[in-house]
Design a protein. Structure first.
Length: 147
């Protein structure tokens, strides 16, 4: 199946999905945020085929989401590290996680939880707020073209 590019779309969601819209890319970013740095470790943890992993890592690197660096242990291997652009995906992953916690599990079913490292407490639910601090829902927003 041929993939349609949304790289020229006027919608920021469509353009973002053009870069990170497949599940492997977001899972690679997730694992990188948890400290994974080596190709073999990504491959083992995710169970993804090497050719798919190579392609996704290449795309993420081309878009400045990850970068390669010499191995931290001085070996000949290279490591993959998140850039500032990659680390900026943290709220996106938290939003997906919180949606999944609410809607992707049956009552009482176990799942991994993201907690504050210092307090070990779960994170507050993400909120969308206006510039003046009002809590906004979808119906409180509209899309307009920027100048």
């Amino acid at each position: 199946m041929k993939r349609t590019s949304h790289g020229a779309a006027l919608c920021p969601i469509a353009r973002s999905l053009d870069v990170i819209g497949d599940w492997w890319s977001l899972l690679i970013v997730r694992n990188a945020m948890m400290g994974t740095r080596r190709f073999g470790d990504f491959q083992k943890q995710l169970g993804v085929a090497k050719n798919i992993l190579s392609a996704r890592l290449r795309t993420l690197a081309e878009h400045g989401i990850i970068a390669t660096a010499p191995a931290s242990d001085g070996s000949a291997y290279k490591e993959y590290v998140l850039t500032a652009k990659g680390r900026a995906l943290f709220p996106v992953l938290v939003a997906l996680r919180q949606w999944g916690e609410e809607f992707a599990y049956q009552p009482g079913e176990s799942f991994s939880k993201l907690v504050d490292r210092e307090t070990r407490l779960p994170l507050r639910k993400l909120e969308i707020r206006s510039r003046d601090g009002r809590l906004l829902q979808q119906g409180d927003t509209t899309v307009v073209m920027s100048a």
